[in-house]
Design a protein around this ligand. Structure first.
Ligand code: PLP
Length: 393
């Protein structure tokens, strides 16, 4: 079936699927490292690319192919590249686009390791960078240099929920011949499709919403055109960032329910955000679906919904955060996001506890900041859990 013109949810269910000769409803798992050729000529044609045939799983496998076709169709890009993790995807982009003497501009509040590895590892290879607040387009304009090659964005960003104007950022990047990569993990293609706004590469940690069941780690890149797809794919296969067939099969299964999972998580989030905003122990709430979000209008324009991620601040700071964490019962005290279970995290006492309060403040993480990934449980239960834990905060 040609799914290119199908609706989004039909694509979720059917895109890329491969049926075997027995008529299996679901693509079988091709748990194999290598593929045999019919004869020497067939092998030669597969290697030269004259015929599409499988050779070796690091180069391609039916299960990773199925997933790549599906996510690329959903993101409306040329092709997808599945890889072992979201961080593998980040590094494929850096390695492909940047070299000795090149410069990148990145958003200052990226997923921690996406910024961290650029600062720690890439200067060794002569790569330069500037991380600025990309929610203000003027800051991007001022950071672009003659040797800038890459604009690396994440919107909404983690955990500040800052939103970058994708259309304006991509238009500016085009004027300077930059490649734009957008980390779309928080939204998934169901809520935001960066290629529509002019992005060249879309990046996902499929560990989060795309798989949605907190049982695998994986990444995906979608390239807008064939040339970029080939360059990224070369790095993926030759550095060995490939995804395992069984992992790909699980993600493809999780992807089928993306829209109904996000609909439910989002419906819950809107109620949870209203509850938090009205709570006396809560100082502020950042959620793109609240009118109080500084970029509420922009969020409505470029996103098809506000999503299921909420940041909020406790009046009682560090101590209140710790106490709240120790008293949740339904929400899991865990990093990661985008699963069907509600996860809660307090960076100041957990992921960022080694930093000083001042260093956290600079990173946009106040002592009372709590991050919530709202699951698909009954919303009354989620709210009751938060309400109970907040009595200790
Ligand atoms: C989790 C995450 C990543 C990294 O993905 P892994 O699958 O953990 O390697 C990158 N970007 C964002 C926004 C994330 O949430």
């Amino acid at each position: 079936m040609d799914t290119k013109k199908s609706g989004f949810t039909s694509k979720l269910v059917h895109s890329g699927s491969i049926s075997d000769e027995k008529g299996s409803a679901v693509t079988p798992i091709y748990q194999t490292s290598t593929f045999s050729f019919r004869d020497a000529d067939h092998g030669a044609r597969c290697f030269s690319g004259e015929e599409k045939g499988y050779i070796y799983t690091r180069l391609g496998n039916p299960n990773t192919d199925e997933l790549e076709v599906a996510v690329a169709e959903l993101e409306e890009g040329f092709g997808g590249i599945a890889c072992s993790s979201g961080m593998a995807a980040v590094n494929i982009v850096y390695l492909t686009i940047l070299g000795q003497g090149d410069h990148m501009v990145g958003h200052n509040a990226l997923y921690g390791p996406s910024r961290g590895i650029m600062e720690k590892l890439y200067p060794k290879y002569g790569v330069e960078y500037d991380f600025v607040d990309c929610t203000d387009i003027e800051n991007i304009k001022n950071a672009i240099k003659p040797n800038t090659k890459l604009l690396y964005l994440e919107t909404p960003a983690n955990p500040t929920m800052g939103i970058t104007d994708l259309k304006a950022a991509c238009a500016l990047a085009k004027e300077h011949n930059l490649i734009v990569c957008v980390d779309n993990t928080f939204c998934s293609p169901y809520l935001q499709r960066p290629i529509e706004f002019g992005a060249d590469i879309v990046l996902h940690s499929m560990t989060k919403f795309i798989n949605g069941h907190a049982d695998i780690v994986g990444g995906m890149l979608v390239a807008k055109d064939e040339a970029l797809y080939k360059d990224l794919k070369y790095v993926m296969t030759n550095v060995g960032f490939n995804m395992d067939p069984h992992q790909a099969w699980l993600v493809r299964r999780g992807l089928k329910t993306l829209s109904i999972r996000i609909d439910k998580g989002q419906e819950n989030s809107i109620k949870v955000a209203d509850f938090l905003e009205a709570h006396p122990k809560v100082d502020w709430v950042l959620y793109p679906g609240l009118k109080s979000h500084p970029q509420y209008e922009l969020a409505k324009e470029q996103m098809d919904g506000p999503g299921a991620m909420i940041s909020f601040g406790l009046k009682g700071g560090l101590d209140a955060g710790k106490k709240m964490m120790n008293n949740v019962q339904l929400a899991l005290l865990a990093v990661s996001l985008g699963g069907i279970e509600t996860l809660i995290q307090h960076p100041a006492s957990m992921t960022h506890s080694k930093l000083t309060s001042e260093a956290r403040e600079i990173a946009g993480i106040s002592d009372g900041l709590v991050r919530l990934s709202v699951g698909i449980e009954n919303v009354e239960d989620i709210i009751a859990d938060l309400d109970h834990a907040l009595t200790y905060a």
